[in-house]
Design a protein around this ligand. Structure first.
Ligand code: ADP
Length: 953
């Protein structure tokens, strides 16, 4: 039977009930797992149940007599003492939780119920307390609190956007979880000094006094909490001790913040009373500290990351480079504003919000050379295939035709598994650089092409080739020509319109004052016309012109004046034609540059043309027989052509650069008589023929003058010869009239005499008169004959029939015929060797020649003398020689006597008549018979004429 059974068995027994009850109560007390304590009214233990031994390790009998508060945790002591007082006063107190110290120093939690035990007189004699071990429950509760605290810290860590916020949050949590009066968290700074980062209830003075203090060295491995239950007994250095005391801190705990072995800071917990630091609170603080440490590090890192991310974002926003991140499947996960701008969006957000297919359809993607570029060749797509690449990509906006050039570099980003997760493309917009490069290249090419030629047409051609279509849709060049603006060339991107443009330009020259060409010419400044159509009215001549401008449909235009060497000599017009975009300011620069180059080239070409023309003119002047002399405004000879050298018998070297009056004798008198034309356009003045003394000889010069801006050009033509011929002709007329009148008068006189009835004529007289008529008629016939011969020779009607003739026989006949007519004092003879070969001649013509020569010989021997015709053989020629002893011929005139109409000065011929045709006819006939004729005379007495003709074969 168990003890309880035996006690219960007592139930049925009669007799000592009270005794039984006491024994029963004793049994309950002894066996109860609860701690049962009976105290007097001030809390001195009078009974302790055996559970004091089993639960706390104390001997129940030994604790009797001790105040119960000695066993109560200091933090619970006050509650306990209040409870005892109240129970002593008669109250019952249910369930206060307090901790009792076990024999081994542990604290064990109990839920205690205290009731008063009345004494014999009804007063409270004892305080009875039962207490149940609730350690497990309390521990659980502690854990919950801990977990709750940790949760709150974790939550705070999660929510905290800054380290400061996190530290503040965790300090509040810690204070709440541990019940400490004050707390602080300090972190090691970059110099390994502990700095307060968050605190509660600490004065500035305290913080200043303790900052930097640490119970651990900064590099201490596994630092442990340092707990100070009673600061007054701790061995702080004096200064620190004073600071702590002044702050009213009685107890403090240093909890290290450790992250991965490394001390990063500390938690400080403070109590204003001395405090026994419990494991759980230290553990809680430690746990929170660890959390905090790693959170601090994380937050710090995250803050740094965020900072750098923000920085990166800012960089990304502001950099010109576009950045696009594509995910493995090709979608764009990130793009900065720069990238958006390249694509034509304002911001990255707009870009990312757009439908990628729609975006792609806006463009034509081209390679550097303008060929379409397949999408899979884009560096971003290649990067997704794991290839790093870079290339120039051109995006042509289909809507506007505008083109952007980018340099795109893309790299793959690999994930943990080794596959490409992202492709990062960096896009550098090189449109402006490219444009600049293109512009430089374009202008360099332009210079090259424009300098290739000096021909104005090819220069214009080169200009058109350069400008259309690379720069403009059309180009037109207008140049001044004699002060009038003339379209010299045009090129339109559409060849059909080139013609139309030129026609239009010629029909409607850009002469309207408001026409941009006029504006450019007036101001010397380039003109940009952003909208040609809008200005059509102001530049047009009439309504039809306006229509034509609309028809051509140019959108914008630039006019650049063509200037060189300080003068504007025309203008160049560039125009845009859709789909080309209208010109903008940067285009103006290109146009000006192009215009500058074109100006130089055109100026060169014009100069060259001028120089060429001058060179040609100068060349021509070399061959011009006329003398051409350029005298500048200072009267200096600047040009002296060979003609001038001939006219004035002065070489160019002697004339050039010298004052004209030094070169041309009597210049001043001469120039007074020359009236220069008013201006070059009026042509030369009417030439004046004036006698000029040239080295002592009188020359008749026809002179005309043309002024030009730098001087006057004189043209001299030597008319001396012609003038002499004219003179001869007029002399001839008078001579011939005279020559004809003389025989006619004689014949007329003789005939009249013969006709007279009143006068009886002797037969001899009659014969004499008839002889006169006959011989004078013969003379007349000869004169007329000579004139006829001369005219036949001149008109080329003189045929020559060469045959083999007997020269001697012919000579004898001539001499015989003339002997009859010759004066008595002239002795006419003919000599010919016997064996003279026949001569190859036209006998009539030879007879005429010999007649002329013998007749002259007789004629010009007014004082008589012998005239001899002698024949001889000279090599293969028959020589006819006519000697006379007459007047002779001055050597200076000997070459001229064979000229038509030439006659010696009548003073020299003593009035011997003649036509001046005889020798001319003779020479012409001899030449036609392949012979020659010459004269020898000393000019004083006698002449010898010789004729040579070939021997007949
Ligand atoms: P013309 O009818 O005057 O004789 P020519 O032609 O026969 O014309 O001769 C030209 C000139 O040459 C003559 O006028 C004369 O002055 C000169 N002349 C020609 N023959 C002689 C001569 N034998 N002696 C001197 N003078 C001559």
């Amino acid at each position: 039977m168990s003890e309880a059974e035996s006690i219960l068995a007592h139930d049925a027994a009669d007799g000592d009930d009270l005794l039984y009850l006491a024994a029963f109560q004793q049994l309950v007390l002894d066996r109860s797992h609860d701690l049962i304590t009976v105290m007097d009214r001030v809390g001195t233990i009078v009974y302790a149940s055996p559970a004091w031994g089993s639960l706390l390790g104390w001997d129940p009998d030994a604790v009797v007599g001790s105040p119960v508060l000695d066993f109560v945790h200091p933090d619970d002591a006050e509650g306990a003492s209040v409870a005892i007082g109240r129970v002593a006063a008669g109250d019952s107190i249910d369930a206060i939780t307090l901790r009792l110290r076990a024999n081994d120093g542990r604290w064990v939690s109990f839920d205690s119920t205290t009731t008063p035990l009345p004494g014999p007189h009804g007063e409270v004699a004892y305080v009875f307390a039962t207490a149940r071990d609730v350690t497990e429950r309390e521990e659980l509760r502690e854990r919950v609190r801990e977990v709750d605290a940790l949760y709150r810290v974790a939550d705070a860590v999660g929510r905290a956007t800054s380290l400061t916020e996190l530290l503040d949050e965790s300090i509040d949590t810690l204070l709440e979880a541990t019940g400490a009066d004050r707390a602080a968290v300090l972190l090691l700074d970059d110099d390994n000094v502990m700095r307060f980062r968050a605190w509660r209830g600490l004065s500035d003075e305290y913080r200043a006094g303790t900052e930097g203090h640490s119970p651990w060295a900064p590099d201490e491995l596994d630092p442990q909490p340092v707990l100070v239950g009673d600061a007054s007994h701790a061995d702080f250095d004096e200064r620190l001790g004073n600071v702590i005391r002044r702050e009213g801190i009685a107890s403090l705990a240093f909890i290290p913040l450790v992250h991965g072995d490394r001390l990063v800071g500390k938690f400080m917990l403070y109590h204003d009373e001395s405090h026994e630091w419990g494991d759980s609170e230290v553990r809680l603080a430690g746990t929170i500290a660890n959390h905090l440490a790693s959170a601090a590090i994380r937050t710090k890192a995250r803050a740094a990351l965020r900072d750098s991310r923000e920085l990166l974002e800012m960089i990304m926003r502001t950099v010109d480079e576009g950045v696009i991140v594509q995910a493995a499947e090709g979608g764009i996960v990130y793009a900065n504003d720069g990238a958006a701008r390249v694509i034509g969006f304002e911001t990255a957000a707009d870009f990312l919000a757009a439908d990628p297919r729609e975006v792609l359809n806006r463009f034509e993607i081209l390679d550097e050379d303008g060929n379409p570029l397949a999408a899979d060749q884009l560096p971003g797509r290649r990067a997704l295939r794991g290839e790093s690449s870079e290339r120039v990509v051109r995006y042509r906006v289909l809507e506007t035709g505008a083109e952007r050039w980018s340099f795109v570099r893309a790299n793959p980003v690999y994930g943990d598994t080794g596959s490409v997760e992202f492709a990062i493309s960096v896009i550098h917009d090189i449109t402006t650089t490219r444009a600049r490069v293109e512009r430089v290249r374009f202008l360099a090419r332009a210079s090259e092409l424009l300098n290739e030629t000096l021909e104005i047409e090819s220069t214009l051609g080169a200009l058109a080739d350069i400008a259309v279509p690379a720069f403009a849709g059309h180009v037109t060049v207008d140049l001044y020509d004699d002060g009038v603006l003339r379209c010299v060339g045009a090129r339109h991107v559409d060849p059909v319109k080139t013609e139309l443009m030129i026609r239009l330009r010629r029909k409607y020259p850009p002469t309207v004052p408001e026409h941009p060409v006029q504006r450019a010419l007036r101001s010397g400044e380039p003109q940009l016309v952003p909208d040609v159509q809008a200005e059509a009215e102001s530049m047009a001549h009439d309504e039809e012109h306006v229509q034509a401008i609309h028809e051509l449909g140019n959108t914008s235009g630039i006019v650049v004046p063509l200037t060189a060497r300080g003068r504007t000599f025309g203008a160049i017009t560039f125009g845009t034609v859709p789909p080309q975009l209208p010109f903008t300011e940067p285009d103006l620069e290109v146009a000006v540059e192009l215009g500058r180059r074109a100006s130089a080239a055109l100026d060169n070409a014009l100069l060259y043309r001028e120089v060429g023309a001058r060179a040609h003119a100068a060349k021509a002047l070399e061959f011009v027989l006329d003398g051409v002399v350029l005298v500048d405004s200072d009267g200096i000879v600047r040009l002296w052509n060979p003609g001038a050298a001939r006219v004035f018998r002065v070489k160019a070297q002697k004339a050039l650069g010298r004052p004209v009056e030094d070169v041309i004798a009597d210049w001043n008198t001469l120039s007074e008589r020359i009236t220069a034309a008013p201006d070059p356009t009026a042509g030369a003045s009417r030439p004046e023929t004036l006698p000029v003394d040239v080295k002592g000889n009188e020359r008749w010069l026809s002179i005309s003058a043309v002024p030009f801006p730098g001087g006057t050009v004189y043209a001299f033509c030597d008319h001396t010869e012609e003038r002499a011929v004219d003179q001869l002709k007029s002399d001839f007329v008078s001579t011939v009239s005279h020559e004809l009148r003389t025989p006619l008068a004689a014949i007329y006189g003789a005939a009249l005499t013969l006709q007279r009835d009143d006068v009886r004529l002797e037969e001899s007289q009659r014969t004499g008169l008839l002889d006169v008529i006959s011989s004078e008629a013969d003379r007349l016939a000869r004169i007329v004959n000579q004139i006829l011969w001369a005219s036949r020779l001149d008109s080329g009607q003189m045929g020559v029939a060469i045959e083999s003739c007997d020269a001697a026989k012919l000579a004898h006949q001539v001499v015989h015929a003339l002997r009859a007519l010759a004066p008595a004092d002239v002795e006419l003879t003919c000599e010919a060797p016997d064996a003279l070969p026949p001569v190859a001649a036209d006998p009539d013509k030879l007879r005429q020649v010999l007649t002329n020569l013998v007749d002259n010989a007789v004629k010009y021997s007014p004082d008589g003398g012998s005239v001899r015709l002698s024949l001889s053989l000279s090599g293969s020629r028959i020589r006819f020689r006519i000697d006379d002893q007459g007047l002779g011929i001055p050597p200076a005139e000997q070459s001229r006597i064979f000229e038509k109409f030439f006659r010696l000065d009548p003073n020299l011929t003593r009035g011997v008549g003649g036509t001046g045709l005889g020798l001319y006819i003779s020479r012409e006939l001899v030449l036609r018979m392949h012979g020659r004729i010459w004269v020898l005379s000393d000019g004083r007495r006698g002449s010898t004429f010789t004729v040579e003709l070939p021997v007949a074969s």
